[in-house]
Design a protein around this ligand. Structure first.
Ligand code: DUC
Ligand code: ZN
Ligand code: ZN
Length: 458
C-alpha cells in the first residue's frame, strides 16, 4: 500500500519544509517535491503541518500509588495518547523494593502487551541496589532497555546517595542514561509533620511542604553524585528557576545533563492549590507541585535557549473520586495529573502560536530529542526515508476548547478545562495506518508494538 501526503508542510528539527511524503506500508519511503502519484492513494494535507509522531517519554499507566491504581491503564491511556498525537510512550516499569528487575519487566509486559494502542517501551526503575540488581542491569540492556529511573523521594521507591552512585556507575559502563525525580525527601517529610501537627491539612499545604529550593537542592546533589559517577543524567519534570540554575552550573563544569519539563509546569501555577474548594484544589496535586508564574517564564526562556531538551507529561491520572482520599489529609491525595491527550495542542498553542518557541523546537522537544535520548532514533522522532510512518497532521487554523467531559482518558477531568487551542490534531498515522481523524480514534483493537531501544544519541 502506497500513500502520498501532498500539499502539507513538514515540521522538522531544522525548520519548515514544503514537501510530499510517500509512505509504503509501515515506513516512509520518500520525501520530496513532485513525487509521482501513480499507484498511490493521495492524502490531501493542504494547509496542514506534518510532525513526526510525538513521543511521551514519561507516563505512568496502570501504576499502584498511595493504595490506589491510576485511572488510566495501558489501554485507556494509550488511546488518549494517540488522540493527542502521541504515537510512542515510554512508561516506567517499577519493581517493589526487594523484587527483581526481571519481575517488574515481566509485569509491565503483562500490563501493556496486546493492550496498548500506540507503540510503547519501558524505562526501568532502580529502587534498591545489590549484586542481583547489578547483574540484572546487564540483562535490561539486552532486552532493549537503555534508560533507568531513580527517585530521591517517596519512601517506597527512593534510593540513597550511596546506592545511586553505584547504580549510575553501572549504567554509565553500558552507555545508558538515567532519569531522576529530584526532591529532598528528609526536609519535605519534616515540613509535612510540622503542618500536620499544626492541623493544616488542606491541599494548600502540598506546595508549602515541597518548595522549589528543596527540588533545587536535590538537583544539585544528584548532579554532584553524577559527577562522581561520570554518568549523564536526565532531570525529569523540572519545575523551577532555582533548579535550572543548578543544571547550568553543572553544565559549566562540563557535565552532560538533560532536562525534561511538562506542560503543567509551563501552563499552570500554584495559585490553584489555594482555592477554598477541596476538589478544585486537590485535582492539581502532583509532585513536584506547580510553581509560580516567574518559574513558568524561566522554563519558557530555557526552552527557547534549548537548555531543556524534552517536554513529556508525567501522565499519572486519578479521578476526582480518587482524589477525595485526601479530604482530611493532603498527604493522602494521590499525586499526578492527566496529560497525554493534550500535550501537543497545549505546546503548539502556548509555545509556537505565541512565538515562545519555533515549530522546529517543538518538533525537537516532542519528537526528535526524546527519540534520540532514549535510543529510538531514527526509527522514531523524524520523518525521513526508512523511519516508521508515524505522522501527526496538525491543522494550524482550527481551534477548540478543551473540556474534561470530552476527554477519552479515564481521569474524567482535565487540568486545562476551558483552554482554547490554536490549531488541532487533525489526523494521526501510526506506522502508516490512519488511527485518529477529527478527534476520533478509528481503530477498535490495540495495535501498539513494544519498541526495543538502543543508546542515547542526543
Ligand atoms: N509525581 C506524581 O505526581 N505522580 C507520579 C509520580 C511522580 O513523581
Ligand atoms: Zn517523578
Ligand atoms: Zn513520573
Amino acid at each position: 500500500m502506497k500513500r502520498l501526503f501532498k500539499g502539507g508542510t513538514l515540521v522538522t528539527g531544522q525548520g519548515l519544509r514544503k514537501a510530499e511524503v510517500l509512505v509504503e506500508n509501515e515506513k516512509i519511503a520518500k520525501i520530496g517535491r513532485g513525487l509521482s502519484t501513480i499507484g498511490t492513494e493521495v492524502i490531501d494535507v493542504s494547509g496542514m503541518l506534518l510532525f513526526p509522531g510525538f513521543i511521551d517519554a514519561h507516563t505512568h499507566f496502570d501504576l499502584d500509588v498511595a493504595n490506589t491504581t491510576t485511572a488510566d491503564n495501558f489501554t485507556s491511556g494509550s488511546r488518549a495518547a494517540l488522540r493527542g498525537g502521541t504515537t510512542t510512550v515510554v512508561d516506567f516499569a517499577c519493581p517493589n523494593k526487594g523484587e527483581s528487575l526481571h519481575h517488574a519487566l515481566e509485569l509491565w509486559h503483562q500490563k501493556a502487551d496486546g493492550r496498548t494502542f500506540c507503540d510503547y517501551s519501558f524505562h526501568m526503575t532502580i529502587d534498591d541496589w545489590n549484586d542481583g540488581i547489578r547483574a540484572e542491569v546487564d540483562d535490561m540492556f539486552a532486552a532493549g532497555i537503555s534508560s533507568f529511573k531513580m527517585y530521591m523521594t517517596y519512601p517506597a521507591m527512593m534510593i540513597g546517595d550511596r546506592d545511586m552512585y553505584f547504580a549510575l556507575k553501572k549504567i554509565r559502563a553500558h552507555g545508558g542514561i538515567c532519569g531522576v525525580h529530584c526532591e529532598n525527601a528528609g526536609v519535605i517529610d519534616a515540613m509535612i509533620s510540622e503542618r500536620k501537627a499544626a492541623g493544616k491539612l488542606a491541599p494548600s499545604s502540598h506546595p508549602l511542604t515541597r518548595p522549589d529550593y528543596l527540588e533545587a537542592e536535590a538537583v544539585a546533589r544528584l548532579l554532584r553524585i553524577a559527577q562522581a559517577a561520570d554518568c549523564p543524567v536526565v532531570i525529569v519534570h523540572l519545575t523551577n528557576a532555582a533548579a535550572l540554575q543548578e543544571v547550568e552550573r553543572s553544565r559549566r563544569r562540563g557535565q552532560k545533563v538533560y532536562v525534561e519539563t511538562c506542560p503543567q509546569y509551563l501552563l499552570l501555577d500554584e495559585s490553584v492549590y489555594f482555592q477554598p474548594d477541596y476538589s478544585a484544589a486537590a485535582r492539581f496535586v502532583c509532585a513536584p507541585p506547580l510553581r509560580t508564574p516567574a518559574d513558568q517564564n524561566a522554563l519558557w526562556r530555557a526552552l527557547r535557549r534549548e537548555e531543556i531538551q524534552t517536554i513529556s507529561t508525567d501522565h499519572c491520572s486519578f479521578t476526582l473520586e480518587q482524589k477525595e482520599a485526601g479530604r482530611d489529609d493532603f498527604t493522602r491525595i494521590p499525586g499526578g495529573l492527566p496529560g497525554v491527550e493534550t500535550r501537543g495542542e497545549l505546546i503548539y498553542t502556548a509555545g509556537v502560536a505565541r512565538k515562545r518557541i519555533s515549530p522546529a523546537q517543538m518538533c525537537r522537544l516532542l519528537s526528535e530529542n526524546p527519540a534520540r535520548l532514549y535510543g529510538m532514533y531514527p526509527r522514531k522522532g523524524i520523518l525521513r526515508p526508512g523511519s516508521d510512518a508515524d505522522i501527526v497532521v496538525y491543522d494550524p487554523k482550527a481551534s477548540h476548547v478543551l473540556r474534561g467531559d470530552d476527554m477519552i482518558g479515564a481521569a474524567g477531568y482535565s487540568p486545562y478545562e476551558g483552554f482554547v487551542t490554536s490549531g488541532a490534531v487533525a489526523q494521526v498515522w501510526l506506522r502508516g495506518k490512519l488511527v485518529v481523524r477529527g478527534g476520533q480514534v478509528l481503530i477498535e483493537k490495540p495495535e501498539g508494538r513494544y519498541i526495543a531501544r538502543g543508546k542515547n544519541s542526543l
